[in-house]
Ligand binder design. Structure first.
Ligand code: GDP
Ligand code: MN
Ligand code: MN
Length: 265
């Protein structure tokens, strides 16, 4: 049985949003994903899509299907990986993969915090040893925007339905304990809902409010997926109204004051 949650949301004041409920459905019954698996086909075997649905897919299963993984036994750690692993008490081969994935290393200890080429900044480059067989480690898809776009296109070819797709990964946050789902790729929507220029309840113009909608949806998807052996790598959202905005989810290096501060440490 798929897990289904109903959210009751009042109609929006300004009357733009017509929905009153959103359904969130965790897709159960997907197999353990193997290299070469056709994810869109597996997904549509388990749920009937409708136009406007948003499908969240855990990056883990995309990496498994595309073979973005490494065998620990094949990795020879270099000096930097050896030095970092020595102070973080981790497997130097694992750290070598983390470094291989990174285009920028923000901090090395007490954990490696890196930027990967798609712009995402994460602990250990998002490299993961959970939910895979022993000795194998999963790396993030190198181009998650492309993965989202490809899944969306194939779902449309298979069903004629136009859905949005978000690729998610569980990530830690600055300033707060606890990990949540983040969007690392998306297609069929803009990442940010831009409220700038809107008026608030008292007629004042909003100047800085931009809502990271793809992350909000990814966060809820992550709640339904769970982290361990739940076996729910895909979550379907139905009833979220369209929004408009832009895709500049990541700060540019000039804007990013946290990155600048970390680099000075
Ligand atoms: P991440 O957040 O992308 O790193 O993915 P997780 O490893 O946290 O997994 C998210 C969800 O997908 C959890 O419910 C896992 O149990 C599930 N999951 C991971 N790999 C597979 C798989 O190959 N098949 C199925 N059916 N579920 C999986
Ligand atoms: Mn992960
Ligand atoms: Mn996860």
């Amino acid at each position: 049985m798929n897990t289904r949650i109903f959210l009751q949301i009042s109609p929006e004041r300004r009357g733009i949003i017509l929905y009153t409920s959103v359904t969130v459905t965790g897709i159960r019954g997907l197999p353990l994903i193997q290299k070469g698996d056709d994810l869109p086909r597996l997904i549509i075997d388990k749920c009937a899509l409708e136009d406007g649905d948003i499908i969240c897919v855990a990056s883990t299963i995309i990496s498994k299907a595309k073979g973005y993984s490494r065998h620990l036994k094949d990795i020879v750690p270099g000096d930097r990986a050896m030095r970092i692993a020595n102070s973080t008490d981790e497997d130097p081969r694992f750290i070598q993969v983390v470094l291989d994935q990174a285009c920028d290393i923000l901090i090395e200890t007490p954990f490696t915090l890196t930027e990967v080429p798609c712009g995402h900044v994460g602990v250990r480059s998002g490299v993961d040893a959970s939910n895979v067989e022993d000795g194998l480690i999963i790396t993030l898809p190198p181009d998650p925007m492309y993965e989202a776009e490809e899944i969306r296109r194939e779902l449309k070819t298979l069903t004629r339905k136009d859905c949005g797709v978000i690729v998610t990964d569980t990530c830690g946050r600055s300033f707060r304990r606890g990990q949540i789902g983040h969007a690392i790729g998306w297609s069929g929507m803009s990442a940010i809902r831009d409220f700038r220029g809107d008026s608030d309840l008292f007629g004042k113009t909003l100047e800085i409010t931009e809502e990271a909608v793809v992350d909000e949806i990814a966060g809820f998807a992550n709640l339904i997926m769970g982290e361990s052996n739940n076996g729910v790598p895909v979550v379907l959202f139905r009833g979220i109204p369209e929004w408009s905005g832009h895709d500049a989810l990541y700060f540019s290096p000039e804007e990013d004051i946290i990155r600048k501060a970390l680099k000075k440490v």
